[in-house]
Write a protein that binds this ligand. Structure first.
Ligand code: ATP
Ligand code: MG
Length: 191
């Protein structure tokens, strides 16, 4: 009974997550994020606390998760929850798609007029021919390899759309199968 109740609870959580992801996407489609009051976002601070929180998961998986704040990054204004969600998804992808013993590194820097955030892992990677689809809604590279990780394939679609709509930013993914993946986010510094 306890086992089945646990399954029910985790499936209910999963359904709640899917619904909230779909709501986020439909809000983004309607451009409603613009009506949220912009908050000050201390990029380094936000990332540091996310890395700290996810450190527990990494430790359980015997992975190394390190944050390298390379230089000072200016405060940006915008949807703080949206920003946190983007980073959470990308770091959690890096953990999910990297076998135990792997390494995940997060970098932040200011390069010219851009804030640059990089998440680099040495995990399973993405085959070249699948890369163009990676930001599609509900797209998952290979159901078999990620069956135990139970995602929906909405994370990257949300990340890309939030970045573009709310931060005027960009996201790029470079990857090599069985070598690792590098996700790069750039957000222009606001005057
Ligand atoms: P969700 O984020 O909605 O819970 P998800 O993680 O499967 O589910 P996305 O974050 O959109 O969905 O990622 C889409 C797919 O891209 C993943 O299913 C996975 O196959 C691939 N992928 C994403 N990040 C990585 C990574 N760092 N290494 C290898 N494959 C990745
Ligand atoms: Mg994801």
């Amino acid at each position: 009974q306890v086992r089945f109740l646990n399954v029910i609870a985790s499936e209910a959580d999963r359904m709640a997550r899917i619904i909230s992801d779909l709501l986020t996407l439909s809000e983004l489609d309607e451009n409603q994020v613009h009506y949220k009051v912009p908050e000050a976002i201390d990029v380094r601070n936000v990332i540091e606390s996310i890395v700290e929180r996810m450190g527990m998961t990494a430790k359980k998986r015997e992975q190394t998760l390190i944050y390298h704040p390379l230089n000072e990054v200016p405060i940006i204004m915008g949807d703080r929850d949206g920003f946190e969600r983007i980073i959470m998804n990308i770091v959690s992808n890096a953990l999910k798609y990297t076998p135990s013993g792997g390494k995940i590194e997060v970098y932040t820097s200011k390069v010219y007029k851009d804030i640059c955030i990089k998440v680099v892992d040495n995990g399973i990677g993405i085959p070249k021919e699948k890369l163009p689809n990676i930001f599609d809604r509900f797209y998952r590279v290979d159901k078999a390899r990620s069956r135990d990780t139970g995602g929906t394939g909405l994370g990257l679609a949300i990340a890309k759309q939030t970045l573009e709509t709310a931060f005027n930013g960009k996201i790029k993914i470079a990857s090599e199968l069985n070598k690792g993946t590098e996700v790069t986010i750039t957000i222009p510094v606001q005057e």
